[in-house]
Design a protein around this ligand. Structure first.
Ligand SMILES: [Zn+2]
Length: 355
């Protein structure tokens, strides 16, 4: 049962991508959207009404565009993937413009600073308009590191260098047991330096381990992992090693645990008889990270509808409005922090005071 004073924060949702690439109308009631799509896998979980119903006050909302070789045939036929960085830029700007249009229509509120955050938290209990901190997942849309100032002024606050390989670094995509090697490029190093100058937050999700440690050595950037799980429980390079999580914690970072079944249970497939649950697998992941670095570094980066949906999510979650059920499997003393408090504290420390 949702407590009235509990603020939820989700560290990773692909809202614009779902609207533009999957052609989902996120203003619809979820039942209507589902009835239109009639899916038997990847059934939608996230709409604006569901975010409001679930008490989700803030999300890290992505700009997320795919390279041609990572895209589906449908995306290729509709020119929704990129070959050049200029194409990546225009696709990402279309997502940014959509967030701005949603804001203009009162569907969300873009949060760019601590001031914005304080204002948002004051009015959210009254209007229930979700806040959004903008996150670029894969940095190819930044054609030149010198463009960063323009992205900053448009409200972008977090950047992950890669999904798969980008011009900036080696990326791991959905992950593999091969433990892909690869480093930062010269442009990647320059990008991290300029990000630090401007005050961007670095999201290390999807980055190859070698590149990640190069970045740690190079820079004192504010850093987090918006979505991923402990590698010790899920042995692929998509997830975070104990050393990485310790370093994130040392830098006051936060780790958003992902709620995709395949990232909670290595044996899971769409045909599994045994359900994945918050009570079993998610609890184990959360406890593992907390034992390693403390509950103050554990949060949620659900990635619901990030290429997955109802059928690929833990049994207890019927929509994003059930996110509060994550709290049911946590120690009571850690509940409010993991559900939202840790991300809020992190943003208080990491966003600029004024935009
Ligand atoms: Zn991702």
């Amino acid at each position: 049962m949702l407590q009235p004073n509990l603020l939820l924060v989700d560290g990773h949702l692909d809202l614009a991508m779902n609207a533009l690439v999957s052609r989902r109308d996120l203003e619809l009631p979820l039942a209507t959207l589902r009835a239109r799509e009639r899916r038997t896998s990847e059934t939608a979980m996230v709409t604006f009404p569901e975010l409001g119903r679930g008490g989700i006050a803030l999300v890290f909302a992505t700009l997320c565009v795919d390279k041609e070789e990572d895209a589906t045939p449908d995306m290729r036929s509709r020119n929704l993937c990129y070959k050049t960085q200029e194409e990546a830029q225009s696709l990402a700007l279309a997502q940014l413009e959509l967030y701005e249009a949603w804001e203009a229509r009162g569907l969300l509120r873009i949060v760019k600073s601590v001031n914005d955050l304080e204002h948002h938290l004051e009015v959210w209990p009254i209007d229930r308009v979700v806040g959004a901190v903008l996150l670029l997942e894969g940095a190819d849309p930044i054609v030149n590191p010198r463009d960063l100032g323009a992205w900053w002024r448009r409200g972008l606050r977090l950047i992950g260098l890669t999904w798969s390989d980008s011009h900036y670094a080696a990326g791991v995509g959905v992950g593999s047991k091969e433990f892909r090697r690869g480093s930062l490029t010269a442009q990647g190093q320059e990008l991290l330096e300029r990000m630090a100058e401007l005050g961007f937050i670095w999201d290390v999700s999807h980055l190859a381990e070698e590149a990640l440690w190069q970045g740690f050595e190079l820079s004192a950037l504010k850093v987090c992992a918006t979505h991923g799980n402990p590698r010790s429980l899920l042995p692929t390079d998509r997830h975070f090693s104990d050393e990485t999580m310790r370093e994130l914690a040392k830098r006051q970072g936060v780790i958003g645990l992902t709620l995709y079944n395949g990232f909670l249970e290595p044996a899971w497939t769409n045909h599994s008889q045994e359900p994945v649950t918050l009570a079993c697998q998610f609890r184990r992941h959360a406890a593992y990270v907390a034992d390693l670095v403390g509950w103050q570094h554990v949060a949620i980066g659900s990635d619901l509808d990030g290429g997955v949906g109802l059928e690929e999510s833990p049994l207890e979650l019927r929509s994003v409005a059930d996110l509060c059920k994550v709290g049911d499997v946590l120690p009571e003393t850690a509940r409010a922090a993991v559900l939202g408090g840790n991300w809020l504290e992190f943003l208080w420390r990491s966003l600029p005071k004024h935009s």
